[in-house]
Design a protein. Structure first.
Length: 241
């Protein structure tokens, strides 16, 4: 009995220590991470514009960031992040993070390979992070149901569209047109080309728009959150009274 409490404490400490390498090794061996955050860059196919790159750097240490410059696999500068464009969100520990997001033109001549980000801090020290990019074009979702601009229809129970070759995941965004295009629903990542709608989301007499984002993969240690994605046109439909 004298040593029982000590043994329990030592065993608890041992189990905690065992868990640390398993967690930290993911980031240590993942080139997207450095001590300040996570870098990723995607090839995007959006309506009515040429292919472009969208770069993201998410960080808890946003106050420490002075500049982020992106380089192609040939080590040519692609451009500098606009640090005035970001999203604010909370991580699982309820800590405030910022995701800096900037669009860049796709280099005219480049090969598949490692894009890199040079993060300059306020003390002028620098950190690097990398993401491997394969320059592919993911098609935009087609043949939606309801059809675009469908009017006075019964409230659908599901939304669906033609499966996209090369897409592994989809995400749907729905806005209420009568409420100043307020985002009323954002789906989780979907593995199928359809979404079952929550009950009572759509109201009689309502006018809604929706878009489909497709991506090839999700959270790959080499390719990042995803490698290439596409976004559908803004689709609309109205519900009969």
């Amino acid at each position: 009995m004298k040593y029982q409490g000590l043994i329990i404490r030592l065993l608890t400490l041992f189990l905690c220590l065992l868990s640390i390498p398993a967690f930290s090794s993911v980031k240590v061996n993942n080139p997207h991470y450095n001590s300040k955050g996570f870098f990723d860059i995607h090839v995007c196919n959006w309506p009515e514009q040429p292919l472009f790159l969208m770069a993201v750097f998410s960080t808890l240490h946003y106050k420490d960031i002075k500049q982020i410059e992106v380089f192609s696999p040939e080590q040519r500068s692609v451009g500098v992040f606009n640090l005035n464009k970001f999203r604010v969100f909370k991580n699982k520990k309820k800590q405030t993070k910022k995701a800096f997001i900037t669009k860049f033109s796709l280099p005219k001549s480049t090969s598949d390979g490692w894009y890199s980000a040079r993060i300059t801090l306020n003390d002028n020290s620098t950190l690097m992070a990398k993401d491997y990019v394969m320059h592919k074009k993911l098609p935009i979702a087609d043949n939606p149901y309801p059809q675009n601009q469908a009017e006075d229809i019964a409230a659908p129970e599901t939304l669906h569209w033609q499966a996209i070759k090369g897409a592994g995941f989809y995400q749907v965004f729905i806005k209420d047109t009568w409420q100043d295009n307020k985002l009323i629903y954002k789906s989780k990542l979907l593995k199928q080309n359809q979404l079952t709608l929550p009950a009572n989301l759509l109201q009689a007499g309502g006018l809604y728009s929706w878009r489909i984002h497709a991506r090839d993969i999700n959270e790959d240690i080499k390719l990042g959150d995803f490698n290439h994605g596409s976004l559908s046109d803004r689709l609309s439909f109205s519900i009969k009274d």
